[in-house]
Design a protein around this ligand. Structure first.
Ligand code: PLP
Length: 400
C-alpha cells in the first residue's frame, strides 16, 4: 500500500496550483480560484477511471462508508451484513448510522463467503458490504446476485483495492455504490481522504448534499448563502490540497499496481516451493491490485513453524488471525460492548436493553483459514536485496 513511496514533482505541481490561488475550500471563491477546482477535477477523473457515472469525495474512507449508508437510507432498526475479516472502520460506520453489523465468514478468497451470506440475510437486512480485502476481489458477482434476489443494495468497501478489477471492470462498480480510502497507507493516498462512486444520480445527489451540511449546491443569485436544504447533513468535505494530491496519485495508480504485481509474482514463485502451500483464491488474477501476498500452510501448527523460520531470517509475515484491527475475535471493544456513551449505545438502548450480542466463536471457518495463512505487504519499491532475502527465507521455510 505504497502511494507515499512515489511522491514527486507531479504532486508538488498540483499542490502549488492550489497554494497559488490561496483557496483551500472546494466550493465558492469563484473570483480568487481562477478556475481551479481540484476536488471536483479529482472526482471527475476518479469516476472516469473506474467507469462510474458519479464520484463524491469525502474526508476519509470511514466517512465514505457513513455517507454512502446514510444516502442508502440505512438507520436504526436495520441490519447491515459485512465480513468478519475487515478493518474496524467498516462496522464502525454501520454503528455510526444507528444500524447493527452482522458478520459473515470468509472463504478462500479471504473475503465474504456467499454461502454464509445467504444464511445471515433477514427481513431487517438493509445493505450488504463485501470488502475487497488485501487488494483482491470478493466474489462480488455472486454476492450482488444474492442481494438483488432479496432487493438489498450492495455497497463495496473498496478501501484496500483501488484499481482492482474483475475482467476489466473496476471493483466498486458492481454494487449500488463503492467506497474508497486514500489514507496514508493505502495504494493511492491523499494523506486522509475517501471517495464514493455510483451510477445512480439520485444517490450521488443525496451524498453530495449530506457531506456538506445539506447544501443543495444549486446555482442561485445568493451564492452559497442562498442554497437550500432538503435534510440535515454533516461536514465530510474534502479540501483542495487533498484533491490536488489525488489527481497526481490517480495518474500513477496503474503503474503502481503493475510494479506490485511484479514483486508479488517473485514472492509467489519462491513460496510455491513450500510443501503443502496453497494460495489465496483470486476471482481474477489479472485484476488483483497486488497490495498483499497471502499464502496458506497445511494447518495452524505448520503455519507457526514456517513463520518462526521466516522471523529467524528477519522477514516474519503477518498472521491476521492475531491482528486486533482486522479480525472479529480480536475486536475486544466490540465483543465486550465498550462504548464512550453514557447509555452504552450502540450496544445498549438508552433504557438499558441490550441491542446486540457478539459471540467470539461465531466465525470458525474464518478462524481456521486465517489461522493457517501468512501475509506479506507488497509495495512498489521493495528492492532486489529485500526480495532476495525474502525469497531465500521462503525457500528455507519450505522444509520446516
Ligand atoms: C482503510 C480502510 C477503511 C477506512 O479508511 P480511512 O480512510 O482510514 O478512514 C475502511 N475499510 C477498509 C477495509 C480499510 O482498509
Amino acid at each position: 500500500m505504497p502511494g507515499f513511496e512515489i511522491f514527486g514533482e507531479e504532486e508538488k505541481k498540483e499542490i502549488m496550483d492550489v497554494l497559488d490561488t490561496g483557496v483551500l475550500f472546494r466550493y465558492e471563491f469563484i473570483e480568487q480560484r481562477k478556475g481551479i477546482f481540484k476536488v471536483k477535477e479529482f472526482e471527475s477523473k476518479f469516476a472516469h477511471y473506474c467507469g462510474a457515472s458519479y464520484a463524491q469525495a469525502v474526508t476519509s474512507g470511514t466517512a465514505a462508508l457513513k455517507v454512502a449508508l446514510t444516502a442508502l437510507g440505512v438507520g436504526p432498526g436495520d441490519e447491515v451484513i459485512t465480513q468478519g475479516f475487515t478493518f474496524v472502520a467498516t462496522w464502525e460506520a454501520i454503528f455510526e448510522v444507528g444500524a447493527i453489523p452482522v458478520f459473515t465468514e470468509i472463504d478462500t478468497t479471504l473475503n465474504m463467503d456467499p454461502e454464509d451470506l445467504k444464511k445471515k440475510i433477514t427481513s431487517r437486512t438493509k445493505c450488504i458490504i463485501p470488502v475487497h480485502m488485501l487488494g483482491a476481489q470478493a466474489r462480488v458477482k455472486e454476492i450482488t446476485a444474492i442481494a438483488s434476489a432479496h432487493g438489498i443494495p450492495v455497497l463495496e468497501d473498496t478501501a484496500q483495492a483501488a484499481g482492482g478489477r474483475i475482467d476489466g471492470r473496476h471493483l466498486g462498480t458492481f454494487g449500488k455504490c463503492g467506497t474508497f480510502s486514500f489514507d496514508s497507507v493505502k495504494t493511492m493516498t491523499t494523506g486522509e481522504g475517501g471517495m464514493i462512486i455510483t451510477d445512480d444520480q439520485e444517490l450521488w445527489q443525496t451524498m453530495s448534499e449530506y457531506q456538506d451540511h445539506g447544501h443543495d449546491h444549486a446555482v442561485n443569485p445568493g451564492g452559497r448563502g442562498g442554497e437550500s436544504r432538503r435534510f440535515i447533513g454533516f461536514n465530510y468535505r474534502m479540501m483542495e490540497l487533498q484533491g490536488a494530491i489525488g489527481i497526481a496519485q490517480l495518474a500513477k495508480l496503474d503503474s503502481m499496481i503493475s510494479a506490485q504485481q511484479e514483486n508479488k509474482s517473485i514472492l509467489k514463485n519462491a513460496a510455491d516451493k513450500i510443501s503443502g502451500v496453497t494460495f489465496r483464491s483470486l476471482v481474477d488474477q489479472q485484476g488483483d491490485s497486488a497490495t498483499f501476498f497471502a499464502f496458506s500452510l497445511q494447518d495452524r501448527e505448520h503455519c507457526k513453524r514456517v513463520n518462526d523460520s521466516l522471523r529467524n531470517d528477519g522477514v516474519g509475515a503477518i498472521n491476521f488471525a492475531e491482528n486486533s484491527w482486522h479480525f472479529y475475535p480480536q475486536w475486544e471493544h466490540l465483543l465486550e460492548d465498550k462504548s464512550a456513551t453514557g447509555s452504552g449505545y450502540p450496544f445498549f438502548e438508552p433504557g438499558g436493553k441490550k441491542r446486540v450480542v457478539y459471540d467470539p466463536k461465531e466465525l470458525p471457518q474464518s478462524a481456521e483459514l486465517l489461522g493457517k495463512t501468512l501475509v506479506y505487504p507488497v509495495s512498489i519499491k521493495m528492492g532486489s536485496e529485500l526480495l532476495d532475502t525474502m525469497c531465500r527465507a521462503l525457500e528455507k521455510a519450505g522444509s520446516v
